[in-house]
Design a protein around this ligand. Sequence first.
Ligand code: TPP
Length: 496
Amino acid sequence: MAQQIKKPVALVCSSGSALLNYFPAVAEAFYSDIPLVILSADRPEELLEIGDGQTIQQEGVYGKHILYNANCKEGNDEQVFNETEINIALNTALELNGPVHINLPFTEPLYSTVEKLDVNPQNVPARTVSEEIPENLHELVAQWNNSSKKMILVGVLSPNSVEEKYIDALAKDESVLVFTETTSNLHHKNFIPAIDQLITSLDEEDFKALQPDILLTFGGMVVSKRIKKFLRNHKPKAHWHVDAKKAYDTYFSLSQHIKTTPNTFFKAFLPKTKQVSSPYQHNWLASKNKRTTLHHKYISTVPYSDFKVYSEIFKYLPNNTQIQVANSAAIRYAQLFDIPSAVQVFCNRGTSGIDGSVSTAVGAAYASQLPTVLITGDLSFFYDSNGLWNNYISSNFKIILINNSGGGIFRILPGAKDTQHFNQFFETRHQLTAQHLCKMYDFEYLSVNDETTLKERLNHFFSEINSSSEKPKILEVFTPSEVNDIVLSDYFKFIN
Ligand SMILES: Cc1ncc(C[n+]2csc(CCOP(=O)(O)OP(=O)(O)O)c2C)c(N)n1
């Protein structure tokens, strides 16, 4: 919900391990800059560490993955302290967009109500985050105007984060090459959305030609391992990251943290820059177009497999839908296909866990007006299927479950498949299906085992997506695990 409404959402639980169950979400929110307020009940200090029931060390339990811990205390003398702490916690969640923890100890009786509140939280307004234009803006402009190879790489961004006029200005400059990840929700015909499609199997000479003088990044985490490897091995002379809060040195070459939003930066920066004539964008777009042609040729030849299934899903995704994509093969496949600009894309890439995809999608569907489709692998789905045990599942919520009987991603990663006991310990092969869960949670269930049925059911599934009278639904697509990785590795050979 917080991912959608971009405002703090409260999570309330009792004491003990209850609050540890929030930990994956806390860590994800910490790295994805999503505001959450954890309210945990605790027992009074004298009952801790003496063997009383349902007690653990709750103060600071989220360690380094929390922006603020308000450790409230019991007693009338503590009123001002508690009120201040609560205010700091709430303002921190608002100002820094992340998780905060408010721990609240209570003495029994726990189930009665009071006439008068113990605290009246202070209302000190949150500060607005400063929008700092770099002092050395003129130096950055000079560097930019003197460079004929500028690369922009965009990670996770909420839809409509960057104004159209800046997108157009960047796309027009021949010396600027823009790589967008699927999770960036940015689109332009002069951008390169399928990064891996372009850079896989490039040789050293190509990499040298691609190596930028300036790398400008914004948005959150980057999915493509290949672009990270390329940029670490072929470092730019300068790396600037634009973000009001933080800048990671992902490519070991960070030279400037521009502490503001992309829109504010571009507003100050772009009018001062000039277009530089360069073959950089043109050459790489030509290369992209060649590979796109081969991409379509390949799809028309491939057998029924994960690759084929994802290609059909992304081809027919209806506009004005949001997709919630799970880790890990699902989001990696998503990066290879064109996704319509009227489709919003979300994925838990803060920590890339498989442990919250269902829950996140359920909450997002509830908070959003748009039809919401979770696209997930089987392990990610079953691991978090408890997220379906929920009184607030909206009828706009649908799931496409690509069931390849295990962690298909591990067949794709180099080396893993040749290890001993691969099936048992890496792929964790299983024969589960979602059919029984659908019965239990009152979802409509459809399954697919071949290409013809896939096309038919997918068509039906998407055509009904806007109907609010529908029940939530799962389309479970079974794919052959032994074929999937071969089809994908042949794809990269083919497009090269
Ligand atoms: C909580 C957690 N545990 C383990 C992992 C490591 N991991 C990454 S992807 C993956 C398997 C995902 O399998 P599945 O959901 O079936 O998707 P597929 O790769 O088959 O598409 C695992 C175990 C993780 N990301 N998060």
